[in-house]
Design a protein around this ligand. Sequence first.
Ligand code: XUL
Length: 518
Amino acid sequence: MFLGLDASTQSLTAVLIDPISGEIACQLSVNFGGDLPQYGAPSGFIPDGVNGEVHSNPLMWLEALELLFSRLSRVTDLSKVVMIAGSGQQHGSVYLDASFPARLGSLDPAQSLASQIAPALTRCTSPIWMDTSSGEECVEITEALGGASEVCRRSGSIAIERFTGPQIRRFYKSDPAAYARTCHIHLVSSFMASVIAGKSVSIDYGDGAGMNLLNLSTLGWDRDLLESTAPDLSSKLSAPAAAATVQGFISRYFVNRYGFSGTCQCALFTGDNPASLVGMGATRPGSIVISLGTSDTFFAAMPGPMTDPNGFGHVFGNPAGGFMSLICFRNGSLAREALRDRLGLDWPAFDRAPHATRGAAGINLMLPFFGPEITPRHDFSGPVLQGSPAFESGVDPALQVRALLEGQFLNMRLHSRWMQVNPERILLTGGASKNDGIPQLVADVFQATVERLEVSNSAALGAALLAAVAGGHLLADLRQVFCQTVRGTSMVPEAALGPVYEDALRRFEVLLDGVSSR
Ligand code: XUL
């Protein structure tokens, strides 16, 4: 059996697959807020950060790993797992001193991971992808490289606040002594893989491309980007490598504590979005994936390298080879949750709303941003509404729910134009894709057929498939078995709504331009 783990913003998820029988043997999650309330991170990050800082506690991720393995060991025989791979929320970083490899190599199964790794942390919290604090550092890196287009040409993205390079620079500037003590900088993905492999492992091309440090032409760290980010940075990063490269046997710690076999191996981890591309069976160009998570992401395998002239889109390594494009929207579930709470609805009522109001005359517009947004970049302090009095006053909550969702997908349509794809088929994944209301709305806004896969944990499934690939299975065979769309659930667009949403898109753009230029 092959185990895939996904360390996302709000939870750590395991998917265990058996490629021979074609079965998913087990799926389990640990929710950081619900299962580990002692870390004070109800949504997986430490609330109330100042100056745009959003951090998380890496020890919480370690404790979640132990809880997940102990739950898994109760329902399945972990000695049957032959390979583990995984994914992590992208861009988040972990800072460790010279003792990290030795600590990993001599973990005592009688003590917890968190207590044994904690002394190696040179920064006790980890900036994650929601962090917008490194604007100044982005400007400095951009100037040092001679402009945004040069940073983009090399790394696939302009300098972006949440990307790891600008975050590293901010750490170096704010605490140079702690930076100097740091000998290993890891992404969430490579940190978790290192712990499982019992040694400090590499960063893969998929997640590494989210750092503003990887040169996409050479697939090595870019010397000029490293130098303009922080001194001596190359010595703190291990050489990048392809996802699913086998790293060696699992640490004895997990063999002794949770019953894994000593011959179980560990492969490199990747980012959650690249893993999701694999889990959705979308590693070849042709389909667009929309993932509705804490952040919403819009991504696709790329036929050739192409960058976003407006700087919102990114190019990451595709774990199956080549590249993928990605656009991230910060106000994903965060905005849906905020509106649900503001209107006093529960999730079932929220999911029914777009269905109930389908075909309502006229499109009310909502700029669906309840906090700072990265696509487009703007410090929104709340949504902007334009429409009928019943809509603006909120007397009919369903109208607002519908406008929020329409606004989210119109914003996606607007900001994915640079990809020059007119998707005929959209694969939808993530919690909010389960009921029919939202998928039908996506089909109508994009005028494309929307399909869903059986497994909603697409990143963890993708990681499990990558583990199987590392173990010698062919991705094409695995895709046939594990990435089938659910029959009878595809949503066909209503053609009459095509011109309606064309018009809504134009009005949305005008409204957004007016607000952004203020
Ligand atoms: C992608 C991004 C988020 C995180 C968290 O660039 O920032 O999607 O990967 O899921």
